[in-house]
Write a protein that binds this ligand. Structure first.
Ligand code: ADP
Length: 330
C-alpha cells in the first residue's frame, strides 16, 4: 500500500488512508515543497523503518511571566510574535479539551493548525478572540498575549478584541443584508467613519482587498446571501477586514467550497498575509502546505509540535506528527 506524506485536497481520502493525488505536489509560497514531488522517494525517505525521526518530548510547557519564552520551532519568513499563548488549557464543564498549550504566532504570516478531528484546533483558535467566552460552561486558563497585552485582562472589551481579531467560519455567514451593508456594518457600529463618502471608501477598499470588488461593484445593494459560496466567504473576509483587524482567524474556511472557490480563497490568504497575522484551522494537509509558513500539530488536546511548515512536513520531530502527515491516523 502506498502512503503519501500529503493527503488529498479537501474531502478526498480524509480518514481513509487513501493516498493523495501524486500529481498534486504540495506547494509553499509558490515553491514545490522539497521531498514532496516524487511519492516513491517520499515513501523511501520518510517511511522506511528505522529512518523515522526520534520522538522527543514535545516542548509545550512555557513560561508564565509576561515576557514569554518562545517555544522551540523553526524560523521562517515571518514577522515578530503577534500572539503568545502560554499554559493555555480549556475545559468544557468537567471535560478538558486543551492541555497547557504554548505557542507563538508570528505576525505577517499564516500559521496552520492541523491535527485529527476533535484534537482541539478550533478550541485553541477560539481562545485568541475569546469566542470560548460565549460558550456556556467553557473555561480558559493560562495566558494569551497579543502584542504583549493579556487579552483576558478585565480591561479588555471582548467586542473590541473581536474587531482586532476577526474570525471567518467554515460556513460563510453573511448577514441577511445587502453586500454593502454586510461590509459597512462593523465600521458603523464601531464608529470608524464620519460620512457616507468615507463609508463608501471603506466598503470599496475592503471588497478590493478581499478580491471581490470586480465581481460585485455593480450590485452592491443586492443581498449578500445571493452570492455563490466562494463569493460569500470573500464577503465575510471583506467584512472582517473593514474594521481594520490585526489578526484574522479562519476555521476551515474552504471546507464548504468547491476546488475553484478554494483556490481563490487560498490565493487571497496568501495576499492578506502581507498585512495581517493569519491563523487557519485546516483538515487538508495540502492546504496547510500551500498557504502557511508555520504549522502547529495538535493531538488529543495537546500541541505536539510546531515549526516552519516545510520542516513539519518534511522532517517532523515527533512520531505522532509523522504518523498524521503520512495518513496513518486522522
Ligand atoms: P477540532 O477543531 O480539532 O476538531 P474541537 O476544538 O472542536 O476540535 O474539539 C475539541 C474537543 O472539545 C472535542 O472533544 C469536542 O467534542 C470538545 N468540544 C468542542 N466544542 C465543545 C462545546 N461547545 N461543548 C463541549 N465540548 C466541546
Amino acid at each position: 500500500m502506498k502512503f503519501s506524506i500529503f493527503r488529498a485536497p479537501d474531502g478526498q481520502g480524509e480518514g481513509s488512508g487513501t493516498p493523495a493525488d501524486p500529481t498534486e505536489a504540495p506547494r509553499m509560497g509558490g515553491q514545490v515543497l522539497p521531498g514532496a514531488v516524487s511519492t516513491d522517494r517520499r515513501e523511501e525517505s520518510v517511511l522506511t523503518p528505522g529512518v523515522a525521526p526520534e520522538v522527543p518530548e514535545p516542548a509545550r510547557k512555557g513560561a508564565t511571566t509576561s515576557v514569554p519564552k518562545p517555544p522551540a520551532g523553526a524560523g521562517g519568513p515571518v514577522g515578530p510574535t503577534k500572539i503568545a499563548a502560554r499554559d493555555v488549557s480549556v475545559f468544557y464543564g468537567d471535560k478538558q479539551a486543551l492541555f497547557d498549550v504554548a505557542l507563538d504566532i508570528p505576525d505577517k504570516s499564516v500559521t496552520a493548525l492541523i491535527g485529527p478531528s476533535g484534537c482541539g484546533k478550533s478550541t485553541f483558535l477560539r481562545t485568541m478572540n475569546r469566542m470560548n467566552d460565549t460558550i456556556g460552561g467553557a473555561k480558559v486558563t493560562g495566558r494569551i498575549e497579543m502584542d504583549g497585552e493579556d487579552i483576558n485582562a478585565k480591561s479588555i472589551d471582548p467586542v473590541l478584541l473581536r474587531a482586532r481579531v476577526g474570525m471567518v467560519f467554515q460556513k460563510p455567514n453573511p448577514f441577511p443584508k445587502s453586500i454593502y451593508e454586510n461590509v459597512a456594518y462593523g465600521p458603523k457600529i464601531h464608529g470608524l467613519t464620519t460620512s457616507k463618502a468615507e463609508m463608501d471608501q471603506v466598503v470599496e477598499a475592503s471588497l478590493r482587498r478581499a478580491g471581490l470588488w470586480d465581481e460585485v461593484a455593480d450590485r452592491l445593494h443586492s443581498a449578500g446571501t445571493g452570492l455563490s459560496g466562494g463569493q460569500q466567504q470573500r464577503l465575510v473576509i471583506a467584512r472582517a477586514i473593514a474594521v481594520n483587524p490585526e489578526v484574522i482567524l479562519m476555521d476551515e474556511p474552504c471546507s464548504a467550497l468547491d476546488p475553484i472557490a478554494t483556490a481563490k480563497i487560498e490565493e487571497l490568504i496568501d495576499e492578506l498575509r502581507e498585512r495581517y497575522c493569519i491563523v487557519i484551522v485546516t483538515h487538508s494537509m495540502a492546504q496547510a502546505a500551500r498557504v502557511s509558513q508555520r504549522t502547529a500539530f495538535f493531538h488529543m488536546g495537546r500541541l505536539v509540535e510546531t515549526g516552519g511548515t516545510e520542516e513539519i512536513f518534511t522532517n517532523p520531530k515527533d512520531r505522532r506528527t509523522l504518523d498524521y502527515i503520512t495518513g496513518r491516523f486522522g
